[in-house]
Design a protein around this ligand. Structure first.
Ligand code: DGJ
Length: 539
C-alpha cells in the first residue's frame, strides 16, 4: 500500500493496475478523496474513471463515472463510444444536491468541435449522465476547468479563440450552463491547462503554454476578480525561461514543469492555504500510460510555488506556513528574509549568502532602526555581527557608524522590500535570477530586471505575538501603495547616486534605474508633481 506520493512514478491502484485517470481532478467528500480523470485505452478515450481513497496515497478503482453509451449522432451531442473526453472537472451544487461534471468534448477524429459535455450524478462517484454537449456561449472551448468559489458561485474557465485567449464565465444556479456575460481574458497569451484556486481574496491561475502533448514552462497569474480582465503576474519582466509569465516551479526541470502539464490544484481539506499541484506527464504514444505528477503547492510568498520532491506525504504541509510575513519592520524584530520568486530563505550554508529551503542554515536577523526613516541596520542574530556592503559583496562586521551598515528597505506594492545600501546604493540581488536552492546572492545596482525582492518573515512558533501582514486581503496592495507614497515623500530625492564618476537617477519608491550613467548636462525629474532640476557635472 502506498504511504507517500512519488511524482512521475507508476502509481498503482489497490488492485495493482496503473491508475488510469488523466487530466482530472480530486474532490473530497464524507471522509474520502475521489479522483476523476480521463480513462484511456491506449490513446483512445474510454469514458471518465473514478478512484477513491481514504488517505490520499492508495486509491481503489470505482465503477466508471462516465461510461460512453449510445451511438454517435450527427448533431454531435452524445457521449457515444469513440468520442474524445478530456479534462473532467467535478463540483457539487448545494441547491440541486447534484454532482456536476464538465468535460472537454471532441468528436473523436480531431479537435475541431471544441465543446463541453455537462453531466450530473446523485452520488459523488456517479454514474454521471449527460445533460448536454455544447459550445459555451457559442465559443470554442478546449482545455477547461471549473472553479467553485467560497460564496457558492461557480465558474468555467477555458482556452478559446483557437487557444489564444482564456474565457471565464459564471455558471447558472444549477451549474449546468454558463451565464451569458463572459470575460475574454489573458488575450493572446495562448494559455492551456488552467487550474484555478483561491487564498484569502486572491484567485490564482496556473497555466501551461500551448504545445500539444509536449511540455513547456508552467506559469501563473493572480487576480482579485475572476470576471475582470485583471490577471496579473508579479512583475512584468520576461521570465528567464522565455515563457510569457512567471513559472510556479522553482527547481531543476522547471522549464518543463517537471515534465508535466497542470490539470488541477486541489485544496487540502482542513489545511489552510495548502494545495496539491496535479499534473500529467503525458506519453503521446500511449496516453493511458501517462504518469501523474502531484506536488505540494505553497502560496507563502504570496505567489504559487511548487518545489520538486522525489517522494512526499501530507506532513509537508504541517510547517508550510510556520514562517509568516511580518506586518511591518520594527525595532528589534527577529526576521528571516524570504526571496520572492523562489519562496526560499536567505541563508549562509558556506561563505556566501544563498537562498535555501527552510531549516537549512537560514539566517535570523534582528532589525535595528537608525536615525534615518526606513533605514535599518541588519544584525545577524547568531553572531551579533552587522551586514555591511563592501565592493559588491556582503560582509559581517562589528557594529559601527559606517553607512555601509545602513540599509534602506524600499517597500514594494506586494509587501516585499528592495534592500539597498545607503553607502553605495547597491541592493541585495539573486544571481542569474534563478530560484533553486543554493543560488548565491550578491549586491548590485537597483534594476527591475534583477530579482531584488525580499519579504520580512518571522518564525510563528517562536514569536506567536508578532503582528502578521494581511497579505491575502484585497486591501493589502492598496495600503502598501499608500505607504510607498509616504516613503517617497519622506525620503525625498536621495536617489541620485554617484558611481565610477557618473551619476544615475533612480525612481523613488521602486528604486528602478531610470537614467544613467550620465555625463554632464541638466536633468529634470518630476516626482509627485514636484519638479527638481539637477545639474550633473563631471568631477
Ligand atoms: C494539450 C491539452 O492540454 C491536452 O489536454 C490535450 O488536449 C492535448 N493538448 C492534445 O494535443
Amino acid at each position: 500500500m502506498a504511504q507517500s506520493i512519488k511524482p512521475g512514478s507508476t502509481w498503482n491502484d489497490t488492485g495493482g493496475s496503473a491508475i488510469n485517470a488523466h487530466g482530472g481532478c480530486v474532490v473530497y467528500h464524507d471522509g474520502y478523496y475521489y479522483w476523476f480523470g480521463e480513462q484511456r485505452n491506449s490513446n483512445k478515450s474510454d469514458g471518465i474513471s473514478c478512484y477513491r481513497s481514504k488517505d490520499f496515497y492508495s486509491w481503489s478503482k470505482m465503477s466508471r463515472a462516465v461510461t460512453p453509451a449510445g451511438t454517435k449522432t450527427d448533431e454531435n451531442r452524445d457521449i457515444a463510444s469513440g468520442r474524445t473526453l478530456e479534462r473532467p472537472k467535478v463540483i457539487y451544487n448545494e441547491q440541486t444536491n447534484k454532482w456536476v461534471m464538465w468535460i472537454h468534448w471532441e468528436n473523436g477524429d480531431d479537435y475541431g468541435q471544441a465543446k463541453v459535455a455537462v453531466c450530473t450524478a446523485d452520488k459523488v462517484e456517479g454514474p454521471y449522465k449527460m445533460k448536454d454537449v455544447f459550445r459555451p456561449n457559442g465559443c470554442d472551448s478546449r482545455d477547461q476547468t471549473l472553479f467553485l468559489d467560497t460564496d457558492g458561485k461557480a465558474y468555467h474557465i477555458y482556452s478559446t479563440n483557437m487557444n489564444s485567449n482564456t474565457n471565464c464565465e459564471r455558471l447558472s444556479e444549477d451549474f449546468l450552463a454558463p451565464l451569458p456575460d463572459y470575460a475574454v481574458q489573458l488575450k493572446g497569451r495562448r494559455y492551456e491547462a488552467a487550474a484555478i484556486f483561491k487564498a484569502g481574496d486572491i484567485y490564482y491561475g496556473l497555466f501551461s503554454g500551448c504545445t500539444g502533448w509536449n511540455t513547456n514552462p508552467g506559469r501563473y497569474m493572480w487576480t482579485y476578480d475572476l470576471m475582470d480582465e485583471t490577471w496579473q503576474a508579479p512583475a512584468d519582466f520576461k521570465a528567464s525561461d522565455g515563457s510569457t509569465g512567471i513559472n510556479f516551479c522553482v527547481d531543476n526541470n522547471k522549464g518543463t514543469t517537471y515534465q508535466s502539464q497542470s490539470n488541477y490544484v486541489f485544496p487540502v481539506p482542513g489545511k489552510d492555504k495548502c494545495f496539491v499541484y496535479m499534473g500529467d506527464r503525458w506519453n503521446p504514444s500511449n496516453i493511458q500510460s501517462s504518469k501523474h505528477v502531484w506536488l505540494p503547492l505553497s502560496v507563502r510568498s504570496g505567489y504559487p510555488t511548487v518545489r520538486w520532491y522525489d517522494e512526499w506525504d501530507l506532513s509537508v504541509f504541517d510547517e508550510m506556513y510556520r514562517m509568516k510575513r511580518l506586518k511591518e519592520p520594527e525595532e528589534g524584530a527577529e526576521v528571516y528574509l524570504l526571496e520572492k520568486y523562489s519562496n526560499r530563505i536567505v541563508s549562509r550554508p558556506n561563505a556566501s549568502l544563498t537562498i535555501e529551503n527552510d531549516g537549512k542554515s537560514n539566517l535570523c536577523f534582528i532589525l535595528h532602526k537608525t536615525e534615518t526613516p526606513y533605514v535599518y541596520k541588519i544584525e545577524e542574530k547568531a553572531t551579533g555581527k552587522y551586514m555591511e556592503s563592501v565592493f559588491g559583496t556582503t560582509r559581517w562586521q562589528e557594529k559601527s557608524e559606517s553607512k555601509a551598515q545602513e540599509w534602506m528597505l524600499w517597500l514594494q506594492e506586494d509587501g516585499y522590500y528592495r534592500i539597498e545600501n545607503l553607502n553605495d546604493g547597491v541592493c541585495l540581488s539573486v544571481s542569474g535570477n534563478t530560484t533553486e536552492a543554493g543560488t548565491t546572492l550578491y549586491l548590485s545596482d537597483a534594476n527591475s530586471n534583477v530579482h531584488q525582492s525580499f519579504g520580512l518573515y518571522f518564525d510563528s512558533k517562536e514569536h506567536a505575538d508578532y503582528p502578521e501582514a494581511d497579505m491575502f486581503s484585497k486591501t493589502y496592495r492598496e495600503s502598501n501603495r499608500e505607504a510607498m507614497k509616504e516613503q517617497s515623500a519622506a525620503v525625498g530625492i536621495t536617489s541620485i547616486r554617484e558611481k565610477s564618476g557618473h551619476r544615475r537617477i533612480y525612481e523613488l519608491g521602486s528604486g528602478r534605474l531610470v537614467q544613467g550613467p550620465m555625463s554632464r548636462g541638466t536633468y529634470v525629474e518630476v516626482n509627485e508633481g514636484k519638479t527638481r532640476k539637477f545639474v550633473i557635472k563631471r568631477k
